[in-house]
Design a protein around this ligand. Structure first.
Ligand code: ATP
Length: 222
């Protein structure tokens, strides 16, 4: 699903943020990505969701070297990847329901085909009674849960989540973890960047550990 071979990346002319990273994520696997603030977790996710290019090495997605993808292929590849951004990136003028349904709206699916599923998903993340609200009226934790609902609504092949439980209480964190586990059980490859070592321990899943832009440890390659 995802394969990095000797990958480095830098922002502009700055020194390398990620250095010589190699790992692979098999289809259907579930990993955490841990490391101190600034270790490079978000940067590594950016390489996978094609928001940034490697400065060295090779990144493969779905068995294809991404440097060989044509520009017109990029939207199709991106569509297979659900992303929970650290800063949510919700659309302020759309309701909670329409934000959650956004990937389906972009695909021009008919609302009648997804209305119930989206409502059920929003209920699952505890937003069943906020479906008609605007994002500006939500708490930080509610925004985070909406961002998660939007990322998983179209059952992506890969789910990337950047600190997805940073703003919620332990009970909701557990509930969201169960949502990720359930999605993974249905076949989605999951990679969650987090500081939450308790969640990592509880989940009993392998972790890729970043330190100062380098990947540590034998756990890194499943
Ligand atoms: N857009 C950018 N331009 C320049 N430098 C950046 C940019 N984004 C991140 N960096 C730098 O890259 C390094 C890694 O940042 P990154 O956000 O990937 O770390 P992180 O492990 O996700 O941190 P956190 O847990 O605080 O989110 C940091 O030194 C950061 O300042």
């Amino acid at each position: 699903m995802v394969r990095f071979e000797g990958v480095s990346m830098r922002y502009g002319r700055a020194p390398e943020t990620l250095k010589d990273i190699s790992f692979s994520l098999r289809q259907g696997s579930f990993h955490f990505l841990t490391g101190a603030s600034g270790a490079g977790k978000s940067s590594l996710l950016k390489l996978i969701y094609l928001a940034h290019r490697a400065s060295r090495g090779r990144v493969e997605l779905f068995g294809r070297d991404i440097s060989l993808l044509h520009a017109q292929d990029l939207p199709f590849v991106r569509r297979r990847i659900g992303v929970v951004f650290q800063e949510f990136r919700l659309l302020d003028h759309l309701s909670v329901f329409d934000n959650a349904a956004l990937p389906l709206r972009i695909l021009k699916r008919k609302p009648a085909t997804y209305r119930e599923d989206v409502a059920e998903l929003l209920t699952w993340v505890g937003l069943g009674d906020r479906m008609h609200a605007l994002p500006a009226t939500l708490s930080g934790g509610e925004k985070q849960r909406l961002a998660i609902a939007r990322a998983v609504v179209d059952r992506p092949d890969i789910l990337l989540a950047d600190e997805p439980t940073g703003n919620v209480d332990p009970a909701m964190s557990l509930r969201l973890l169960r949502l990720f586990v359930e999605l993974n059980r249905l076949g989605t490859t999951v990679l969650i960047a987090t500081h939450d070592e308790d969640m990592v321990a509880r989940a009993g899943r392998p972790a890729l550990r970043l330190h100062d832009g380098r990947l540590l440890g034998a756990e890194a390659t499943p």
